[in-house]
Design a protein around this ligand. Structure first.
Ligand SMILES: CC(C)(COP(=O)(O)OP(=O)(O)OC[C@H]1O[C@@H](n2cnc3c(N)ncnc32)[C@H](O)[C@@H]1OP(=O)(O)O)[C@@H](O)C(=O)NCCC(=O)NCCS
Length: 448
């Protein structure tokens, strides 16, 4: 095996570790569109789900069947009928839906049963359990339109699903619900997934869809300057939905978004829209910092806060590469533990991405900003600046009139942000005694 492979694989695998630890024992509800299955993506998505489950995530998979039902209808010489963005399920459509659901369930169960050696499914033993977990009621007649056998979710059997998940099984749901009179109702996959996520208070709701996510300028066409917005705060998502026309079909911007918003408002902290067109999109969304689709979040997940003793390990991991290449001076674990109150960190999804410390010299009315670091994968997004601002706030709150830094390589970053070079003699006496003349760091000061 080549040394280059070791060099890339090991740090890459380690970078995923925080997410594996964080998501273990969490519950994800996945809404898999029928379009994804029609596009031939089932095998690869199932492989990724099996891997995610092996890493300790509890999974409820809800499949859709829009194109499959339409195909069956076409074969019977019938046309699909929609109104208000919902299918009108007459008795022929109900037959078609039952046939499509049966067929898809077999296909999904078969895909999860694979285990050939040398494939991603080797050794995966995923138990798939389905059941009558959803109680439904008819949509009824809306604005004079009779939706017949189309239903909406009335109740989710939370105890039943939880018990099945706790047994280690993956719960597979078709978009069907049953009424206490024994009638079957055709439901929308998106509604089932959202209702289940809400009822279980799942950690994530993820739709694997035909759209890539929501763009930064949602109503403008795709371009280099208009990428996918990877993190959409709930308030912005609601404002966007309010100004869009009511979504009618899955490719409309608001179609999945309306469900993400509903889930988010009901306590599901993160809802995602990701594309099935990108191979591995589930893994990219869950185990990579920025993800690939759009995540609707209850608040900005990037939390800037003062550090606690629990953060010592994360800080060490963050600054270590910069100590090794000489950008930062070496600090021991004991030193960081002792000084943890001086640190401010930026955390995202439980992982520390940035830190800085403030060492006050009250007698000289100044303080040193030290160990300013932003992880290479999230640099140039303004996190360095946010940390600097917070350190300035902390310094002001302590009554300090300036902050200073000692740097060998990052001088220009500080100069651009209002720091001025001074002679090392300027340093407070206590700091001057510790100044390493061999390192010949530049001293820069910013007046507050
Ligand atoms: C310096 C550092 C904290 C900035 O963090 P950041 O989150 O990328 O900062 P911001 O997003 O606020 O600013 C990014 C800008 O700074 C620039 N920048 C980054 N490192 C720089 C450096 N060493 N010198 C000059 N400019 C630098 C980037 O090019 C970017 O410019 P742009 O916006 O014009 O593209 C980060 O690069 C880092 O951790 N570096 C390694 C550790 C280090 O040098 N710490 C300082 C020790 S004294």
């Amino acid at each position: 095996m080549s040394a280059v492979f070791n060099f890339t694989f090991v740090p890459w695998f380690r970078s995923v570790a925080p997410y594996i630890h964080k998501f273990r024992h969490q519950t994800f509800v996945i809404g898999l569109t029928g379009e994804a299955i029609a596009a031939g993506k089932l095998q690869s998505i199932v492989q990724d789900l099996a891997l995610i489950q092996a890493m300790g995530v509890k999974i409820v998979l809800v499949h859709g069947f829009r194109p499959q039902v339409n195909e069956q209808l076409r074969a019977k010489g019938h046309e699909a009928k929609y109104s208000h963005g919902m299918r009108i399920t007459d008795s022929v459509a109900l037959d078609c839906a039952q046939e499509a659901a049966g067929q898809l369930r077999y296909e999904i169960e078969a895909a999860f049963s694979q285990g050939l050696p040398n494939t991603p499914m080797a050794g995966a033993t995923v138990r798939v359990l389905s059941g009558n977990f959803i109680t439904a009621r008819p949509v009824g007649i809306v604005d004079g339109v009779d939706f017949q056998h189309s239903g909406v979710v009335r109740k989710v059997d939370v105890a039943g699903i939880t018990r099945t998940l706790d047994m280690g099984a993956l719960v597979l749901l078709s978009p069907f619900g049953f009424s206490p009179t024994g009638e079957a109702f055709n439901l929308a996959m998106e509604e089932v997934a959202t209702s289940v996520a809400l009822a279980l208070q799942a950690d994530k709701l993820i739709f694997i869809t035909e759209i890539p996510g929501i763009r930064v300028h949602p109503e403008e066409p795709e371009s280099e300057d208009n990428p996918i917005d990877t993190e959409l705060p709930l308030a912005d998502a609601e404002a966007l939905l309010a100004r869009l026309p009511p979504p009618q079909q899955p490719t409309d911007i608001g179609f999945y978004l309306q469900h993400c918003i509903k889930a988010c408002k009901g306590g599901v902290a993160r809802s995602h829209i990701i594309p099935f067109a990108v191979d591995g999109s589930l893994l990219l969304e869950i185990y990579v910092h920025d993800g690939i689709g759009t995540m609707v979040v209850d608040e900005k997940l990037e939390a800037l806060r003062e550090a606690t003793p629990d953060d010592v390990g994360g800080i060490l991991q963050l600054i270590e590469p910069f100590e090794k290449d000489g950008t930062l001076v070496k600090r021991s674990r004991t030193e960081i533990e002792r000084d943890i109150d001086h640190y401010t960190i930026i955390e995202h999804d439980g992982v520390i991405f940035g830190c800085a410390a403030l060492y006050p010299y009250p007698e000289a009315k100044t303080g040193e900003m030290a160990a300013l670091t932003v992880s290479p994968q999230s640099q140039s997004q303004g996190d360095g600046e946010k940390l600097l601002k917070r350190i300035e706030q902390r310094a002001r709150a302590m009554g300090l009139q300036s902050i200073f830094v000692l740097t060998t390589r990052t001088m220009h970053w500080f100069l651009k942000r209002g720091f001025q070079p001074v002679d090392p003699d300027w340093l407070p006496e206590a700091r001057k005694r510790k100044y390493n003349w061999d390192r010949r760091s530049q001293v820069l000061v910013k007046k507050l």
